[in-house]
Design a protein around this ligand. Sequence first.
Ligand SMILES: Cc1cc2nc3c(=O)[nH]c(=O)nc-3n(C[C@H](O)[C@H](O)[C@H](O)COP(=O)(O)O)c2cc1C
Length: 362
Amino acid sequence: MEPVNVREYEALAQARMDPAAWDYYRSGAEDEVTVRANCDGFARIRLRPRMLVDVTSCDTRTTVVGTPVSMPILIAPTAYHCLACEDGECATARAAGAADTLMVASTLATRNIEAIAAAATGPLWFQLYVYRDRAVSESLVRRAEAAGYRALVLTVDTPRLGRRERDIRNAFSLPPHLGMANFTSEDDLTMVHFQGTGKSALAAHVAALFDTSLTWEALSWLRSITTLPVLVKGVLTGEDAELAIQHGAAGILVSNHGGRQLDGALASIEALPEVVEAVNGRCEVYLDGGIRRGTDVLKALALGARAVLVGRPILWGLGANGEAGARHVLELLRAELELAMALAGRPRLAEIDRSLVKMLPN
Ligand SMILES: Cc1cc2nc3c(=O)[nH]c(=O)nc-3n(C[C@H](O)[C@H](O)[C@H](O)COP(=O)(O)O)c2cc1C
């Protein structure tokens, strides 16, 4: 029987995937407190539905940094989709297009920038890591521009890699037939990845190549080399939201990297209100982390998110049933959101505001 919710895809994908690859997808940092908090945070928020509103048609369409999408649910950048299905990120891009929404492709994809763009039937953004050698990042930016990506998403929560103990235990590395497709095989970048260090190969890549000295200057630099809008991913405080705006961010993505970086950091949904308050309408605010239901989306929108992004659920869809699975995950979330809007008496996104939610005391 076809899965009836996103969590059922999780179980299916786990049963089909290689255990070490599965661990890479599921893992969080250290005790995985923040991984759990991302989901639990939504349970501490209750909805205040209004009755006797005409909900014959509920409209989920919106725009994200000016790009129209059919729903406020986008695909978060995650690495290594080929671990889940053969076509990897190309399958994900087609699923996003079929659902009429947007995909953010990762720097660490297993299909390259150009191949993903060729497969895509919908809009794309490109997620960027800043390498110690800025020419590496600049060349990724040029390729994303040339391939028609519409915005850059600068990830700022990864100066070093969080301690993901499952990957350390598994000495996790990509299988030999896969690589970080955005880097050519002669590059040192790929060599580091395959070095067989006896510990997580991704941790070795990040330690060797990512810029640990990165400051807000990097955002100014990025803006100076491109005309694409730049969103900042990984903000969890009002203070950093203010700095992101001062350095020209076109959007802020409230995220803790799916609990994979600083364990014990705020759940994304806990951080959202203070970021929205600090931003005060000066740019769009997005959220990822722990979205598993349409009602989670509704709560994030009520607290001021323009749209949400989903990470692991897409990987579960891909792992269970490739492109069709990823597309079905998006359709399940869309249907749940649409129903939740109806039952909450908010048939239009513009009517979803803070009056819809009540926070339970801790
Ligand atoms: C397997 C995996 C790989 C990820 N790779 C990246 C990445 O390459 N770049 C990035 O900015 N975020 C990455 N993330 C973080 C996601 O963009 C997103 O913040 C997170 O998955 C959202 O939480 P969720 O999985 O609960 O939806 C990754 C997350 C996972 C689970």
